[in-house]
Design a protein around this ligand. Sequence first.
Ligand SMILES: C=C(O[C@@H]1C=C(C(=O)O)C=C[C@H]1O)C(=O)O
Length: 460
Amino acid sequence: MIEDAQMIVDAVVSAWGSAQAAEGLPGWCAVRCELPTSRSLTRFLDWQARQPIAFFAHPETGEQMLGFGAAQVIAGDGADVEGETHRQLREMSIAADLRWFGGFAFDPTTSLTGIWSGWPQAIWFLPKLTLVREADTAEVRLIYLDHVGQSPSEVKRALCALFATDASDAVSHTAGGTAVADAMENGLVHDLSAWQTYLEQSLKEIDEGRLAKVVIARQQPQRVETTLMETMDRLISGYRDSHAFAMHWHKLWFLGASPEQLVRAESGTLAVDCLAGSMARGRTLHEDEALAAALFASEKNRNEHQAVVQFVTDRLKLISQEIEWPDVPTVKRLANVQHLFTPVRAKLNDGKHILDAVSLLHPTPAVGGVPRADALSFIRTHEGWERGYYAGAFGFMDGAGDGVLTVTLRSAAVRYPTAMLFAGCGIVAGSNVDEEWKETQMKLLPMRMAFQQGGDTNVQ
Ligand SMILES: C=C(O[C@@H]1C=C(C(=O)O)C=C[C@H]1O)C(=O)O
């Protein structure tokens, strides 16, 4: 067990006597307590975990959250996974402060295999133990759920099991032969010439008028030289405007630092990021400004971006009002790349939920294309590997309907000691092979550095 976890076990066991019946979960009790510590929650992340685990760091609020083990699971496949997840969540009507963690795969019409074996298209779980640390506070809030009538020693055993690691897994992770290890070793990796062929296929669809935009992507394997905690700490400190996330499910970790918020819901207000159109960062302030200006002035990038804004604002009209967004995008600068950015705000209609927004928006043309169904079908037929949860959605939702889902970009699937890194780019008329290849290289960089011994996130 992780040494620091002992503090949590002691705090929860001593508070268990005052546990209350958990709202919306018959047969369950919840205990809430606090632990004095200002250290990052990433220290509780161990790659050899046995349990489902979810970690999420929110850049706007500075909040970190971590869920261990599953008291309840909603997992499924099918074209309407978002709707089905919503229906099941509604039936539970849990307490406002209980948070579910999870997400959705990129494409809900294909069952996941290979790297993603054992991952359904929707995975949501209500953790047995949730840790929340708000920014600049010196304490962590704990919420622990267990069955009514558990004795303190049973609770202690259950908590220790949550932090237990599986050393035997270290062997199976390296042994190969499993579907996951196989897919990591033998999955399609585009070289420049294969990428050129794929890009030319997409341009042909665009030239012949079947597609206006399509986001093509590639995967790249890499050996992991850092611990999970080091990886996450680097992502958090190197990409302060991004949502750092990690999820463990069925012996696979999926993690990243995404600059794109799919949707945030707070007290009936929705916030959606439109992020599309990319450019390198400059090595000097002057060069950086010049590149930002070139991005802003580029008709190709503006068209690519506008396709996302148009789609998002049209879709939001179906479930919200007072939709607001600026006429022109701004430039969002990340450590290694800059993007055109338009924030959209709206008021959710009564009776609508964050998951209604997810069903309508995901996948947006920032990761799919226009027209959506044709772009998804093109990707399904021509990409040659399974995106799984890359370019999907991941985040949390609470019993009050508030939550955040991020688009799972700048991410990797990790089966220690190997990671598969993912990156894509939007193709429109006029896209160029070398530039799009370079763009994916830039987008692979955050994860590449996060896994490298001595890797530095200051990559400009
Ligand atoms: C597809 C990715 O990024 C998306 C595509 C972008 C583009 O084409 O310019 C920019 C930001 C993201 O919406 C990725 O990072 O893998």
